[in-house]
Design a binder for this molecule. Structure first.
Ligand code: BG6
Length: 503
């Protein structure tokens, strides 16, 4: 329900590094406004936004206020910004010298006032990934990460967390010098989405689904995260990342983990994370041959979007004109555990698809005896359980029913639950739950070090093949289409087809 953040966190100072960037403006500050609107922030709450552009507190506040109208939903309580604004301060720092950190330290003490050092401090690193280790090292050297009773210190890391297994392990090692794992919050905004959290509620809060949630009843699973946008103005970052690093290794793998995980022994952060990580460990290592047969990379060429022509990826700003970076990735994998051995999981994600849709489709086996063969055009349609993550969040089940009339004919019908029909929609950027959880010290929805490593380990063979041959498995698809034909062939070889999700 909307009051999902009931208890205000204890006294807290929220420090944002990278405060003039898009993430702070479009997600973090609107999320804080929404939390303020829900009275989920403590009275003694301060934000110190730190950026590299010289600006006064007032200039920064005006800057944020200017965009809030378009970023917060219309039903946002206007009192929320009025509450947050006087608690928001700006600090101009380059973050490259120890003097920067001393000055941040003095500013924080002054803002917190008496009793100094008694508030918890959350450092949010909305900064380029290669700056993270250095910032943490300098925060540590300035004594800013040392916890005292009643004064916790936590650091939030935006993705990407490393760019392969070796760099992620190295980053974890560097962070561990200054921080305990309980202070490290590796964020994945997909885990903050209401419907994503609801996968566990669906599975473990009901008696109906779990008995059939296994290889005996499930034919296969399709996980789709499709976007209509192209690379936008993020070419500089994206061209060095691609869909595998940007989406699969983190967001799609978390959707997979929640779909496949065993029931945890409790809802404690460690119990839930233990089960999620086991799923990633159960992905059998890809070999070079299986990478070539089970992975399809695509890159959008010129095409259409809403009836207007759009350029291909290679013509986007800050993208190399000969780039071999994938903007689409589809793969088939299996899960080597007792519950799911032999069930194929098909994952795909792409930019410039015809619809923005994220969903998990679980297709069940057909009935063993085709009693109704005559009553359908061909084979009886299999049952499908669909978890719709965005937009039109909900869960539906498709099954067969007799079409009224003297003739015995079957048709597919749908039983659907839409969130909007039951629960008032909370204004969400997707970050509210996650930011609140950090303040409350709840790490359930964050990646643990071993989870990040397991994700990278699973995709490492794909990175190796592509590293050795950058155009490997790369197919062009027109912008506005559902991806390359090779991805359709991947399923066709197994006698299956991708769903065409409704927008
Ligand atoms: C981000 C990726 O993590 O997720 C982006 O870096 C992508 O490339 C975005 O567009 C998608 O998030 P959402 O919430 O819009 O599905």
């Amino acid at each position: 329900m909307n009051d999902a953040h009931p208890s205000p966190a204890g006294d807290c100072t929220f420090v944002i590094f990278g405060a003039t960037g898009d993430l702070a403006r479009r997600k973090l500050l609107p999320a804080l406004v929404n939390l303020a609107g829900r009275r989920a922030l403590p009275d003694r709450f301060t934000v110190l936004a730190v950026g590299r552009t010289p600006m006064s507190d007032d200039e920064y506040r005006q800057n944020i206020a200017r965009h809030l109208g378009e970023l917060c939903p219309p039903d946002t309580d206007p009192a929320a910004w009025a509450w947050l604004e006087p608690r928001l301060f700006y600090g101009f720092e380059t973050l490259e010298t120890s003097a920067s950190y001393d000055s941040i330290s003095r500013r924080l003490d002054a803002l917190e006032g008496a009793p100094a050092h008694r508030a918890g401090r959350l450092f949010y690193l909305a900064t380029p990934p290669d700056a993270m280790a250095d910032i943490v090292q300098r925060l540590g050297a300035a004594g800013l990460l040392k916890e005292k009773p009643g004064a916790w210190r936590r650091v939030v890391f935006e993705k990407p967390f490393g760019r392969d297994l070796a760099s992620a392990l190295e980053l974890n090692r560097q962070l561990a010098v200054e921080l305990a794992e309980t202070q490290i919050y590796r964020i994945d905004h997909y885990l903050g989405k209401e419907t994503v959290q609801n996968i566990m509620a669906l599975r473990f809060g009901n008696g109906l689904f779990e008995p059939v949630w296994n290889r005996r009843y499930i034919d296969h699973v399709q996980i789709t995260v499709a976007e209509t946008v192209g690379v936008e103005d993020r070419g500089g970052y994206y061209d060095r990342s691609g869909a595998l690093r940007d989406m699969v290794q983190n967001h799609l793998f978390q959707l997979l983990a929640l779909t496949v995980m065993e029931p945890p022994i409790s809802l404690s952060a460690e119990a839930v994370r233990d089960e999620r990580v086991k799923v990633l460990h159960a992905i059998p290592p890809f070999t070079e041959a299986s990478v070539r047969s089970a992975v399809v990379r695509g890159q959008y060429g010129p095409g259409m979007r809403d009836g207007s022509p759009v350029p291909g990826y290679r013509s986007e700003p800050k993208v190399a004109p000969t780039s071999d970076t994938e903007t689409y990735l589809a793969l088939r994998l299996s899960i080597d555990n007792w519950r799911f051995a032999g069930v194929p999981f098909y994952l795909r994600t792409g930019k410039r698809m015809p619809a923005r849709v994220s969903e998990i489709a679980i297709q069940f086996n057909r009935p063993p005896l085709q009693l109704y063969r005559q009553a359908c055009a061909g084979e009886v349609e299999p049952n499908l359980l669909l978890v719709r993550i965005q937009p039109n969040e909900g869960i539906s089940v498709q099954f067969q029913a007799k079409i009224p009339g003297g003739e015995v004919k079957l048709g597919t019908v749908t039983m659907a639950f839409n969130y909007g029909d039951y629960f008032a929609r909370a204004p969400e950027t997707g970050y509210e739950t996650l930011l609140h959880d950090c303040m409350m010290g709840d790490q359930t929805l964050f990646h643990r070090a071993d989870m990040v490593a397991a994700g990278w380990r699973a995709v490492e063979p794909i990175l190796d093949v592509v590293g050795a041959q950058p155009d490997a498995m790369l197919h062009e698809y027109p912008a506005g289409s559902w991806g390359p034909a090779a991805a359709d062939a991947l399923l066709a070889r197994d006698g299956r087809a991708w769903r065409r999700p409704e927008p």
